[in-house]
Design a protein around this ligand. Structure first.
Ligand SMILES: Nc1nc2c(ncn2[C@@H]2O[C@H](COP(=O)(O)OP(=O)(O)OP(=O)(O)O)[C@@H](O)[C@H]2O)c(=O)[nH]1
Ligand SMILES: [Mg+2]
Length: 549
């Protein structure tokens, strides 16, 4: 199982040096990072562990002004590597980063008490004891990035921590929150991120949300190596040519089309660290969006200024100038009014009662077995919704054009699974009552007249009527707005084919004699046979086309 480790810790405590000591890669690549000697944005490096496992390491900045980037880096990681300077001990961002990790549900990891070379033995012991007290569930290891002391112990502790990670929900639809976008010459736009669920491979048709951009994957890399298909949990670079780089940014998500809500509202359970004010920044995935907070009991509704891609069970972090709280998304597509009672039911696993319109079953799968819902294919929805849909379609059918008494079939992503439940007949892209035909005023009279008139065509004044009856196979239109009954056309065709079979050809005069009409009716019928591919003109005679013989 591919795992991602993220650093955490106060500014200057030695995260980037430790990453370099572990991986050989300097992740402070921006010129400003080099000159100021601090990390600003996220850095990435592959990390080989002694058991042969290959992890991805995300290095985050410690500066309080860049906590926003830290959250974007920490989202989607499986393990933390909390770094504490042995001389300084825990400082403000040590605590804030720890709180963010807890809010994101990342509880496996290791604490590295670093710069061990710079302190005496007693100070080091004290620092280790403090670290253990601060993060009781994690091993604390003394290391020095300068001398390399303790790095092997740290790697071994990371292996043990990785063994404890059990990541669920990987097999859902594809979702990757973009953390970087760049252009490569000859390749075009590339986005990177941690694949939260699903897989990504060449040729996949995905969508960048909330932008609504359809993209086609040209190639996929994991740590600079091309792969056929990247799996959930891996850090992935995805080439999506044909999309301008500036149309995508950190915070966007690359997803299976239609699989996730794109939403302006999130109903979440609240975990409060400080008083949560009415205006916060919501961090979800790599996105951060200003929002208003409506509150009821232990629940809040976050009303976002811009939409985000979300699913039930996602974690959010709420910040102002500091981290004030977080929560778990209970409903990513809630009604406008915050309803604590309804959210209580979702939390108690009675989520079925909250489903109305179709949602993909897997987006609710963490809520356990859903009771009292209808299912079709991957979709769950309520009986009430299906009844409403049925009623709506029946009403539309009742009001449909009598010349074509159908309605367009729904084109939503659920349509293929759910339309068959409506008990209607599908003809192309339209739906009809089973066996429905055009109920047309004047049809019966017209057909009776045509029947009586035999091979002699009649002029039909209502061309819409003629077209509708022809679609149903009840008459055949000829030139000049005239028509014959389908039966007469068929009999005439048999006579023609019979004559051609014995004589090899037919003239207009001979055909006229065969059907016993005047010259013009015979002419109109023959032209229609030509058009239908029955006959072919050769001078003033006709022969059968090969297919008819
Ligand atoms: N003596 C000693 N100094 C170290 C060690 N690791 C880091 N340092 C010093 O600490 C400074 C900061 O280290 P970084 O790794 O850049 O710190 P950081 O945690 O990445 O800082 P930000 O990313 O800005 O939060 C370095 O420039 C070194 O001078 C170590 O193991 N021993
Ligand atoms: Mg750094």
């Amino acid at each position: 199982m591919p795992l991602t480790v993220g650093t955490a810790g106060h500014i200057d405590h030695g995260k980037t040096w430790l990453v370099r000591a572990l991986t050989g890669k300097d992740t402070d690549r921006l010129p400003e990072e080099q000159t100021r000697g601090i990390s600003i944005d996220l850095g990435y490096a592959p990390l080989e562990l002694p058991d042969g496992r290959r992890l991805s390491l995300v290095d985050v900045p410690g500066h309080e002004r860049f906590v926003r980037n830290m959250v974007a880096g920490a989202t989607g990681i499986d393990l933390f590597l909390l770094v504490i300077d042995a001389a300084e001990g825990a400082r403000p961002q040590t605590h804030e980063h720890l709180a963010i990790l807890r809010l994101l549900g990342i509880d496996h990891g290791v604490v590295a008490v670093t710069k061990a070379d710079a302190v005496d033995g007693e100070t080091l012991e004290l620092a280790l004891a403090e670290a253990t007290e601060l993060v009781p569930g994690a091993e604390a290891i003394a290391v020095s990035a300068k001398t390399g002391n303790g790095l092997d112990e740290l790697r071994a502790a990371l292996v043990r921590a990785a063994d404890g990670v059990d990541r669920a929900g990987d097999d859902g639809p594809t979702r990757l929150y973009v953390d970087r976008v760049f252009t490569l010459r000859g390749i075009g736009t590339v986005v990177t991120g941690t694949l939260w669920s699903g897989t990504i491979g060449e040729g996949d048709e995905l969508r960048v949300e909330p932008r609504g951009l359809d993209v086609r994957v040209r190639s996929v890399q994991v740590h600079d190596r091309g792969v056929e298909r990247a799996e959930a949990g891996q850090r992935v670079a995805v080439a999506i040519p044909g999309v301008e780089r500036d149309r995508i940014a950190r915070g966007d998500a690359l997803v299976e089309r239609g699989a996730f809500p794109v939403t302006y509202r999130l109903d979440v359970t609240l975990e409060e660290l400080e008083d949560v004010p009415a205006a916060v920044t919501v961090h979800l995935g790599t996105a951060d969006v200003p929002a208003r907070v409506a509150r009821s009991d232990r629940y809040v509704q976050l009303r976002l200024e811009q939409p985000v891609v979300a699913a039930a069970g996602d974690r959010v972090v709420l910040r102002t100038r500091s981290t004030v709280g977080g929560g778990v998304v209970l409903d990513p597509r809630p009604p406008r009014r915050l309803d604590a009672e309804r959210l209580g039911r979702i939390e108690r696993g009675e989520a079925g009662a909250t489903v109305y319109a179709p949602v993909r079953a897997e987006t609710l799968s963490h809520l356990g077995e859903l009771q009292g819902v209808e299912r079709a294919g991957d979709w769950v929805f309520s009986t009430a919704w299906l009844d409403d849909l049925r009623e709506r379609v029946r009403a539309e059918l009742a009001a449909a054009d009598p010349l074509d008494p159908g309605v367009d079939a729904p084109s939503a992503t659920w349509a293929a699974a759910i339309v068959p439940l409506l008990g209607l007949e599908r003809r192309g892209s339209r739906l009809y009552l089973p066996g429905a035909t055009a109920r047309i005023e004047g049809a019966d009279e017209l057909l009776a007249e045509l029947e009586a008139s035999g091979f002699t065509p009649l002029k039909v004044a209502d061309s819409g009527l003629a077209r509708a009856l022809e679609q149903e196979g009840r008459l055949v239109r000829l030139g000049g707005g005239e028509a014959v009954s389908a039966a007469a056309y068929e009999r005439a065709r048999e006579l023609l084919v019979g004559e051609c079979a014995s004589a090899g050809e037919i003239t207009l005069a001979r055909f006229r004699d065969l059907i016993g009409t005047g010259r013009r009716p015979a002419q109109l019928l023959l032209e229609r046979f030509d058009a239908d591919g029955v006959t072919r003109r050769v001078g003033d005679r006709r022969v059968l086309r090969r297919a008819t013989r």
